[in-house]
Design a binder for this molecule. Structure first.
Ligand SMILES: Nc1ncnc2c1ncn2[C@@H]1O[C@H](COP(=O)(O)OP(=O)(O)OP(=O)(O)O)[C@@H](O)[C@H]1O
Ligand SMILES: [Mg+2]
Length: 622
């Protein structure tokens, strides 16, 4: 039985119950009809729903949106029927940028209608918000909503008050179709003047009807916008969640607006704010549910993944934080590629060519840096250089890595079967996954982030001939070594030498802008047996804020090894690097930045380097 039929069956049951139970309709003289709507209204009267207009804690920060400003850019077409939009405005006085979400506002009667439809929808059906086919969800929601509107004969326009009563009855609000219950139609003879009047009235009536239909159409759109936002969207942050330019969304509580991290405008304040602690609490509960997790006073912190791949971190009010909070790290289905990183000057053309050659020749790399310094992004971007035929296994807590390789198994850990921090038999952590991965004979293992004992397995994998890529939270080489050598990782220093390259990523403030730079590329040469010290080489380094560029420093052991393996002279090595630089330059020049396109070109270069180079040169010189 389809959901629609189920809903209908449920509705019929309600209708039957209505007839069998003796409801004292007289005491609720506003209620008319005995269908589902009446039932919904009854429960509404019994349990008052707070008014939407009650604004408890509107923040002072929101006043900024009324100050004189310039419109910088506008993007429209968000949500149902594309009615939502967002603007970037710049305050005239302080030059501050603000993020303004503009959504259709509901008039009072529209709000009432929306509330009732939502109420009916909740009674009739439910939508699986964690399902990942958004189009299916939308289609299903529309079917049900249309059915509800039809069954209850809901009209989407207000009625001017005809009676001298202040109270608006539900029949007025919903415009029940007044059924003609066999009233005898009186026929009377009419005078010519009356006939003319009637024709005139008829015309007026038609015009009025048309006007109302127009209003109803617009109202329906607005109401549907809000219903869709509520049931298959992200409520107040729906527009923000669909804006490609956003990296992070932070909600610090119910009494402050939501802050964003925008790719172009950095940190930016929005005009979106939850209107009450309760509203925020229920949104946080819903967000957690969407991730398939449960947030409660018992377990007030949730770390999860939203269907689009974004990462959610949420806390529930009055347990660990005063108000409920959440942070969403947006997932980009179109990840940054080496071409983007070169364009953003996060690394130089020389460095990209170096990584291309190094990765093709199976060098293992660890990406280090602080929170949100771009470690995972760099890992993902450079992994496009992994040869196409290599079997790749990725292991992550939440899926972030996106590869164009065919022979790729993406594994994610599973947690949450136990209430305590202890692992249960049903939890699968990174350690388990790495062990399982090694049995699948991969050429390359990528681990999203190493924190614990899985690092040990990863290094062992490297020492047994696998190529490994991972990220770790450490700001410099000393902190890194300290983290790796101490509990819980406890890595013996000798194992560290199986790693080839350590990359340091940093988010740096240059002027007023925050940029990402690959501040150092360090190669591990060997462990000096006498002093027990690791010997490093730093082929590339970023200079400084005032001199924002990269310098090529000492030579590279990796490149030298590759040269020897291939029996190349120094010049031949340089030529190979130059060839790759030309290809990269061509990709930048022709804006071939999509990760699949970059992947294809890398795969193509493996097979037909000369032809590709010729094409690149021709197009560059054209
Ligand atoms: N080189 C870059 N240029 C511009 N934006 C970048 C760059 N690298 C990363 N970003 C952006 O910065 C944000 C954080 O990046 P990423 O997730 O890679 O950081 P991270 O260091 O892995 O963070 P975490 O410590 O949380 O794992 C992302 O939204 C990403 O799009
Ligand atoms: Mg990361």
């Amino acid at each position: 039985m389809g959901l629609l039929e189920q809903a209908q069956l449920q509705k019929n049951q309600y209708d039957e119950e209505d007839q069998s139970t003796n409801i004292n309709i007289d005491s609720f003289d506003e209620i008319q009809g005995s269908g589902l709507l009446a039932k919904a209204n009854l429960s509404k009267i019994k349990k008052p729903i707070p008014s939407p207009k009650k604004v408890e804690n509107r923040s002072e920060l929101l006043k900024k949106f009324y100050e004189p400003h310039d419109l910088i850019e506008e993007q429209t077409g968000f949500g149902w029927d594309g009615l939502g939009k967002r603007r970037i405005i710049k305050l005239k006085e302080t030059s501050e940028y603000l993020y303004q979400v503009i959504e259709p506002e509901l008039k009072d009667y529209e709000f009432e209608i929306k509330k009732e439809i939502a109420h009916l929808f909740k009674m009739l059906a439910d939508i699986n918000v964690s399902g990942d086919d958004e189009d299916e969800q939308k289609k299903y929601l529309q079917e049900i909503l249309d059915q509800i509107v039809k069954d209850n004969d809901i009209k989407f326009y207000p009625v001017e008050k005809k009676e001298k009563t202040d109270k608006k009855s539900f029949s007025e609000i919903f415009q029940f179709k007044k059924k003609n219950k066999g009233k005898s139609k009186k026929k009377s003879s009419t005078s010519p003047i009356e006939s003319i009047k009637k024709i005139f009235d008829k015309k007026q009536h038609a015009e009025e009807k048309e006007r109302l239909n127009r209003i109803a159409k617009e109202s329906k759109k607005r109401i549907y916008y809000h219903l869709f936002r509520e049931f298959v969207g992200y409520h107040r942050i729906d527009v923000i969640m669909k804006d490609e330019g956003i990296e992070d969304i932070s909600c610090d509580g119910p009494d402050v607006p939501i802050f964003l991290y925008h790719k172009k405008y950095d940190e930016i304040t929005t005009n979106v704010q939850f209107e009450s602690p309760e509203e925020l609490n229920s949104f946080v509960v819903r967000l957690s549910q969407i991730c398939g997790k449960q947030i409660s006073i018992f377990s007030p912190i949730v770390d999860g993944k939203l269907p689009d791949g974004s990462r959610l971190q949420a806390t529930l009010a009055r347990t660990v934080t005063k108000g409920s909070t959440y942070t969403i790290r947006r997932f980009s289905s179109n990840p940054l590629t080496p071409i983007d990183l070169i364009k953003y000057q996060s690394l130089s053309l020389d460095m990209a060519a170096y990584f291309w050659l190094a990765i093709e020749n199976a060098s293992s790399i660890l990406f280090c840096g602080g929170t949100a310094s771009g470690k995972t992004t760099a890992l993902n971007a450079l992994s496009l250089f992994i040869p196409s035929a290599h079997k790749v296994i990725t292991i992550e807590d939440t899926r972030e890595i996106n590869l164009p390789h065919d022979n790729w198994i993406a594994g994610t850990t599973r947690q949450g079967f136990s209430a305590s921090d202890d692992k249960t038999g049903k939890d699968i952590d990174m350690f388990d996954l790495i062990r399982a991965a090694l049995r699948q004979r991969p050429k390359v293992i990528m681990v999203g982030e190493v924190r614990g004992k899985e690092a040990y397995s990863l290094f062992q994998a490297m020492s047994t001939g696998h190529t490994a890529y991972s990220t770790v939270h450490a700001s410099d080489i000393h902190t890194l070594i300290q983290r790796l050598e101490n509990p819980p990782i406890d890595l013996p220093r000798a194992l560290l030498t199986s790693l080839d390259i350590i990359v340091f990523q940093n988010a740096i403030e240059i002027g007023k802008k925050s940029v990402r730079r690959m501040t150092s590329v360090t190669e591990i040469i060997k462990l000096d047996s006498e002093t027990n010290q690791l010997i490093f080489m730093e082929p590339y380094r970023w200079i400084s804020k005032t001199d924002d560029r990269f310098e090529i420093r000492t030579g590279s052991k990796i490149l030298n090894d590759i040269r020897l393996q291939n029996n190349w002279s120094e010049q031949e090595l340089d030529e190979e690097l130059e060839r790759r630089k030309t290809i990269l330059q061509w990709m930048i020049h022709t804006d071939k930045r999509d990760y699949r396109v970059v992947g294809d070109i890398v795969f193509d270069y493996e097979k037909h380097p000369e032809e590709l180079l010729l094409k690149a040169k021709q197009e560059l010189n054209a």
